[in-house]
Structure formats: C-alpha cells, structure tokens
Ligand binder design. Sequence first.
Ligand SMILES: [Zn+2]
Length: 348
Amino acid sequence: MSRVAMLIAPHRIEIREESIPTPSPGAIVVRVRAALTDGTDLKAYRRGHPQMPMPTRFGHEFSGDVATVGPLDPAAQPHGFAVGDAVMCVHSAPCGACYWCLHGEEELCETIMATKILGAYADYIEVPARILARNCYAKPKDLSYAEAAFLEPLACVVHSVEFLGHKPGSTVVVLGDGGFGLLHAQVLRRHGVHALLVGRRPERLELARSLDLDTIDARTELTLAAILARTGGRGADAAIECTGSQEVWQQAPSYVRRGGVVSFFGGLPSSTNVEFSSSRLHYDEVRLIGPFHFGTKSVGRAFEMLRDREIAVAPLITRTFELARISDAFAALDNGEGIKFAMDPSAA
Ligand SMILES: [Zn+2]
C-alpha cells in the first residue's frame, strides 16, 4: 500500500491508504525518499488553490528510488531508468510541439500545467513518460535525497534569474527571506551579481548571513533608505519580489534606479490588481517583468548546480518529518516556523 497525504479542506490533511500505482507504458513509479514543503503548498493549505480543488493530493518537490518500471511505450524514447535507480525529477514537462515550445518559451507551453503531477507527500508517485523524457536525472550518490528534491524550486530560480538578465557587478535587491529568496540571492551571487536580501525573520536573516549574503533587516532598517545608502543614492539595478504579497509588489518599483527592472517572482491570487506610479514606468523607464515556472534548459542548469554544489541548499531545510506527521509540519509552517521542511516516508 501507499500512504498519500490528501488536503481535504484548509488546515486539514488526511493520510489515505491507496494501492501502489501501476506504471503506465513509458512511466515509472518512484518510492519517495524526500519531499519538500514550499510556499505553494502552504498557500493551498491556508486558503486552497485554484489549480488544486480539494480534496487533492499535493507536494511536488521530491526525489526517490525507482520502484517499478512500466512497459515500453513504442511512442516514447526509452528513458533508461531501472528499478533501484535513485532519481530526481521535476513535476512538469513541456510538450515540445505547441507554439510556445517551438518558440523557446517552454514555460508557457499550452499543456505544461495541465499535465503536471502532484502527490509527492506519499510513499509512491508515478512519473509519466513525458517528464522522464526531458526533466528527470539520475541522482548523484553524494547528494542527499532532500538536497536532490531542490531540483524543482531551483529550476524556477534559474529561469527567474535568466529572465531578469544578469549583469556581473550589478546590485539586485531580493525581497523576501524565504526559501525562494535565499535561493535567488545565492544564484545571483554565482553570476557575479551583488545580491541584497531584504527580510524580517531574525532566524532566516541569520542563516543568510551565515551563507555570507548581504542582508537588510526590514524590522530595524527602513528598506528604501537602506537600499539607497548602499547604491550611491540611485536605487538598485533590479529588484526581485519573492514574498507574493500585494503590499511588497506595490513597493518594489520604488527600490530600483532609473532604468531599473522589477521582477515579480512571487505570485498573487489571480484576481489581484496592483497599482504603480506611472511616472516611474514612463519618465524613469522602470521595466516590470514576471517570470513563470521554467523550461527544460533551466532544469538542466539546476541539476548541474546541485551536482556541482554551486550553492548551498541543505541549510534551507529546517527539519525532517516522518510522512505521518505532515499535519504537524504544516501547522508549524503556518505558524511562521522554519524555511522548508522535508517529509521522509521511510523515517520512523
Ligand atoms: Zn508545448
């Protein structure tokens, strides 16, 4: 049997027993060894999610071992994975044939969202041929399962940083000290960019400083004044919004210099309208952009970054929970504790 965590109502998770999935042609079934919590899961836990009507299985950042391999699919390329292999995947893949896929914008693929898989908070999860063909890798031995599960969030950040266009030597403000903020600051630094991480949680800022990141504590410093003081009074070259808060979205354009770029990484509820000063956009040529999801190349780059340990991901995992205690993990996140938690179905 496979235990599967189901979100049945806001703040209510139930563990159900299902039979272990039988893989379709070209698919594999993975025995989950680590599944990470993230902001989307927490949002769904708090208020539901339009793309995840309840009851729903959830969890999408995972890695594990191949438990079973489905029959050959004559229409698909052989994936080469065998029972017992340790693998790391993301939960989506572009189709490769639609207008956007053919124009280098795989993240906007017509079917990438409709075909994504959810349900990594479970003993087993099926990974379809489409994902195996493009977005699944053998896990390097010296990478832990929990570290390997960063493939998906890191791919989002790789895409975001590429979308921004990074100039070595520039100063980029990262708004938000959660997992995505900490990943952004580290990836930017890899590109020779000076990242300034703005946050208000003491333990997260402490962690950022332990990773040698430059921080602004928004509880004790005025964010705008602190940014101006560090940028010769001009403002940052760019700002990346990683909180998903309407208030921060509306503040973000004030933090960049004339000619700067604001990138909205943290999504807001889909009905949200935001207001900006038109003069900042027109007279100051501030550009507003919004990166979404990622394509296959970003997954490949994220894999290399994890394999080669270009950035630190293990410190972002505050704690590991047994799968049966997933409700405790989300109650703690809801309470503002921790950065990311790892669910380990095999832990006692
Ligand atoms: Zn497509």
